[in-house]
Design a protein around this ligand. Sequence first.
Ligand code: FAD
Ligand code: PYC
Length: 416
Amino acid sequence: MQYSFLNLVRQGLSGHQDWPAQWRSPEPKTAYDVVVVGAGGHGLATAYYLAKEHGITNVAVLEKGWLGGGNTGRNTTIIRSNYLWEESEAIYEHALRLWETLSRELNYNVMYSPRGVMMLAHNVHDVQVFKRHVHANRLAGIDNEWLSPEEAKAFCPPLNISRQLRYPVLGGALQRRGGVARHDAVAWGYARGADRLGVDIIQNCEVTGIRRDINGAVEGVETTRGTIKAKKVGVVAAGHTSVLMAMASLRMPIESFPLQALVSEPIKPVLPCVVMSNSIHAYISQSDKGELVIGAGTDVYTSYSQTGGLHITTHTLEAIAELFPTFRRLRMMRNWGGIVDVTPDRSPIIGTTPVPGLFVNCGWGTGGFKATPGSGHVFAATIARGEPHPIAAPFSLERFVTGRLIDEAAAAAVAH
Ligand code: FAD
Ligand code: PYC
């Protein structure tokens, strides 16, 4: 029998009992050293590094749906580390370096393709902001360079740099080491790696409660498949973090919004890089299957719907048609949404919580796919040691009390 993402999806959709033993999730044990809630890329990477780097293998990853079926399987896979502030540069660059060797590390082709991410400027403000990022990144040893409109077109031939555009291209910031990866392969690679090290990955297992002992410390979780004891619980459930943390009486500075993406019919290779335009709002790349992968913005209202307003995608397609007139004739095949969790400063929360034994990793908003390896790596260290990894430390929950925010709104690249 062959392991494949499709099989896992079917397993999640149709119930594990219909499938051969090697495809089924194991029955949960009654107790683990660590329970990770959420089998997205971040949760699976956390479990992998807990086992690989810290020797903690008595770990369960609990997933209410199927492995990789959340934002990990729904995103446009853009990878870059061209953020403005030092704290963000540190974590996203940490992740980018792990991406560079991830296929070898996992012995699984995650199809990381550093084809370059070009962010377009359409007005004076964009030019100033992106040049500021270029300088900040280069000072930190992170590649980023400024391109004129002609250089941008040479790098990406289908791009329209006509001065007649409503919002003409005034230049672009290019991170050549940025690119894309194959989202389901990332989930699968980490899942297989963790599984081989002894981690239990349990699908169709929703966490419905967090159990605490008489002193308030975590002692396990309630799930749709029974009670599971654990002295350490890591919540990595993008979009649903507030719901889960409320089970431990914690209120999170998080709002959840639908964010959409869509793909075109497949065509021959035509788009050699990733292009992002924050101002007129579109981002686009071409998958190895040939489909153009297009991302839209978030809905204006909070919601747990995995769809989103049609007018948001329409707006994005207008922007794509203006920037790439040759794509106008293409048909769109599918669109979908994911639920992203957004913090007030648009930076993630990674670390301990006021509840002993309860750890949280969330708030990646529209941009956490690129962080997957780095996020899992530092979160595993945080859980193993019981204190924040140095790269994670600035992203503590306490920053919303101390006011030491990491305001990355300008680098978020997606309207939200
Ligand atoms: P998820 O993959 O969502 O995993 C969380 C898991 O927790 C889910 O599988 C969910 O079912 C599970 N869960 C929730 N509640 C429970 C419960 N009670 N019990 C058990 N399990 C539970 N980022 C980028 O860097 N680049 C991009 O180009 C990009 N594009 C995006 C485009 C779209 C349309 C979307 C929606 C997001 C995009 N992102 C992008 C953001 C990125 O997808 C996320 O930040 C990232 O995938 C989060 O990973 P995760 O593992 O934390 O979450
Ligand atoms: O963070 O680069 C990003 C991104 C692109 C699309 C959604 N998020």
